[in-house]
Design a protein. Structure first.
Length: 115
């Protein structure tokens, strides 16, 4: 089951320039992998064994190839580097960090008059 945030990220990737020519299955795998990897020491890396834990090998092989050709992933020994810093930053941000970012944007907007 997906949260609203993950579904929104999948839609944004589908509509974006980099994900426009990638299948829905590959986009789903990408978002699921990033969602898991942000909880690890290396949020920009997914091991081959980690892919097999998410979906069957036949699915992940084709999806990884699509993501590699789209420039979202880069092949390295033992796995893939995820080249989507915006998604990694967004999914790794906790509620406090998200709140602080919203407050900072509001305070630096044109609607707030400094003293």
């Amino acid at each position: 089951m997906y949260s609203k945030a993950l579904l929104a990220e999948m839609e944004a990737l589908r509509d974006g320039r980099r994900g426009a020519h990638v299948s829905a299955t590959a986009i789903e795998l990408h978002v699921r992998v990033v969602s898991r990897s942000v909880r690890t020491a290396r949020p920009d890396f997914v091991a081959d064994a980690g892919l097999d834990a998410i979906a069957p090998g036949s699915v992940t092989t084709v999806a990884a190839l699509e993501l590699w050709t789209a420039g979202l992933w880069q092949r390295v020994p033992g796995g893939y580097l995820i080249d989507d810093r915006e998604l990694i930053a967004h999914l790794s941000a906790g509620p406090v960090r998200s709140w602080a970012r919203r407050v900072w944007k509001y305070l630096n907007s044109e609607s707030v008059i400094p003293f």
